[in-house]
Ligand binder design. Structure first.
Ligand SMILES: Cc1cc2nc3c(=O)[nH]c(=O)nc-3n(C[C@H](O)[C@H](O)[C@H](O)COP(=O)(O)OP(=O)(O)OC[C@H]3O[C@@H](n4cnc5c(N)ncnc54)[C@H](O)[C@@H]3O)c2cc1C
Length: 462
């Protein structure tokens, strides 16, 4: 992207995944981009500001394609570091209550990697940009918003040890981006500055993850790289995922919905894995060597701040990534939605170049960002509402009924499975699953519930 530098400066609050993507985009439009990050030295390891990095992260095909546009050669670079690239269909085993999905190539390549490696590689690329500067160890505490001029000033305080009460530092910029993630305090900052608080939608499926890294001797008999057992509302609240993130490293995440929290202690973790129908999880525990402790999180509720509906949204402020909408992570959508929002930002800034007018960017961006959230949000909440004991909305009853019928048939119908994979990788809209052709496919096969004897699992050779 050729730099045009139509505007002088931009500030990005939060140097995590979405903040880095925003910085990359802004570097093509602004003379200077400053990234303010509360963690003191973000590096290749998990850090306090991004606790979710301990858990398995799927980078969906659509998000990966966007990252490749922003950072050409990123996949190859990570592959050279040992991060596998697989055909999703051939390399992934998924166990539904009615059986294992087909193990045929589907022509969709995905890369398996830890969240830390992805973010670190992106940070290295962004750090190399000569007009992007990082200020780490600075926690933003408030925004000074001028309602008349739409100007935004960022007020931050150092968190460096030994400077607990350091003076507030002010950063003035032509554009401010909030990318502070799920815990963003932007609603409060807006209210403190005299703006309307956004309406916030929350649907909590009470999902919990307990994850642990294992080293495992390579075994030619293990001809798969990812194994999954999804939780399915309202009948299957326990599941898990195991991903080969390096030739000898496996990240195992046990997942419980509706309060079926997987334990973090040694025995409880093993017992939860052993109780699942998918035998791969217990095998990894038995055959592998733990390379760290069990990390657990229950911070998974779907939460959407409706910034797109805030009247008089500041023109020179935008929010993206989890700061806008944090999803229940079981469908792995967060990083892809953030990548699509960064593409939107690039497009809008290119259009605004014509008018050299930033004052209307904020509301336009938030409306577009909300449009990108809508489909994944509807999928998540309609299934998560399926965990409710009572009062499940009609839309959820229809959605969980449809998904139940669909997933029951997936193991026995490669064509339908391909549609499902393309939708879950966000390559096709969810509407493609209810197209006349898909519905005809759905109706043509019985949903025979097969007994899940382990001996019948293809590829369950662990
Ligand atoms: C258990 C779990 C599993 C997940 N699995 C997947 C998956 O499979 N696929 C997927 O796509 N997504 C997954 N996600 C979601 C994914 O982690 C998020 O969508 C993604 O991290 C969003 O990036 P972000 O930059 O918006 O937020 P974050 O990555 O959380 O980054 C926020 C950054 O802002 C900084 N910050 C916060 N407050 C301040 C402040 N006041 N001042 C300065 N800096 C600040 C933080 O230190 C951090 O660096 C998962 C999430 C969880 C919890």
């Amino acid at each position: 992207m050729a730099r045009t530098s139509n505007w002088d400066s931009a500030v990005v609050i939060g140097g995590g995944y979405a903040g880095l993507l925003a910085a990359r985009v802004l570097s093509g439009h602004f003379g200077r981009v400053t990234v303010l990050e509360q963690d003191t030295s973000p590096g290749p390891d998990a850090r306090p500001g991004v606790p979710q990095a301990h858990h398995p992260h799927a980078l969906l095909a659509r998000g990966a394609a966007r990252l490749e546009e922003l950072f050409p050669g990123l996949r190859a670079e990570l592959h050279a570091q040992g991060r596998p690239v697989i055909d999703f269909g051939a390399g992934t085993k998924i166990l539904f209550p009615t059986g294992w999905t087909p193990r045929n190539p589907v022509g969709i390549e995905v890369q398996l990697l830890p969240r830390t490696a992805l973010e670190h590689a992106i940070r290295e690329r962004v750090t190399a940009l000569d007009n992007v500067a990082f200020q780490n160890g600075l926690r933003v505490e408030r925004l000074l918003l001028d309602a008349d001029r739409d100007a935004v000033t960022v007020a931050a305080r150092t968190r460096a040890p030994g400077h607990p009460s350091a003076e507030e530092q002010l950063f003035h910029a032509d554009l401010v981006v909030d990318a502070t993630g799920r815990g963003s305090r932007l609603p409060q900052w807006l209210a403190e500055a005299g703006f309307a608080r956004p309406a916030t939608l929350t649907v909590d499926g009470q999902a919990a993850y307990a994850s642990r890294l294992y080293t495992l001797e390579p075994d030619p008999a293990r001809d798969w790289s990812a194994s999954y057992q999804p939780t399915i509302a309202p009948t299957s609240p326990r599941g898990g995922v195991a991903v080969r993130i390096a030739p000898d490293q496996w990240l195992l995440g046990l997942i419980g919905a509706a309060g079926h929290t997987p334990p973090a202690d040694e025995d409880g973790f093993r017992a939860f894995a052993g109780g699942l129908s998918n035998p791969d999880f217990a095998r990894i525990i038995d055959q592998g060597t733990p390379a760290g402790p069990v990390h657990r999180t229950r911070t998974t509720a779907n939460r959407w701040h409706r910034y797109d509906r805030v009247p008089h949204w500041p023109g020179r402020l935008i929010a993206l990534g989890d700061s806008v909408c944090a999803f229940n992570p079981v469908y792995g959508q967060g990083m892809t939605v953030a990548a699509l929002q960064s593409a939107l930002l690039d497009t809008l800034l290119s259009q605004h170049t014509l008018r050299v007018d930033l004052d209307r960017l904020g509301p336009t961006f938030q409306r577009g960002a909300a449009a990108l959230v809508r489909n994944p949000w509807l999928l998540n909440i309609s299934t998560d509402q399926g965990w409710q004991d009572t009062g499940m909305p009609l839309t959820s009853r229809i959605a969980t009924g449809f998904l139940g019928a669909l997933t029951a048939r997936l193991p026995h119908h490669p064509g339908l499975y391909l549609r499902f994979v393309r939708t879950m990788q966000m390559l096709d809209s969810p509407a493609s699953l209810s197209s006349p052709r898909a519905l005809a496919q759905l109706a043509s096969i019985p949903s025979t519930r097969r007994h899940l004897a382990r001996s019948t699992c293809p590829g369950a050779t662990g």
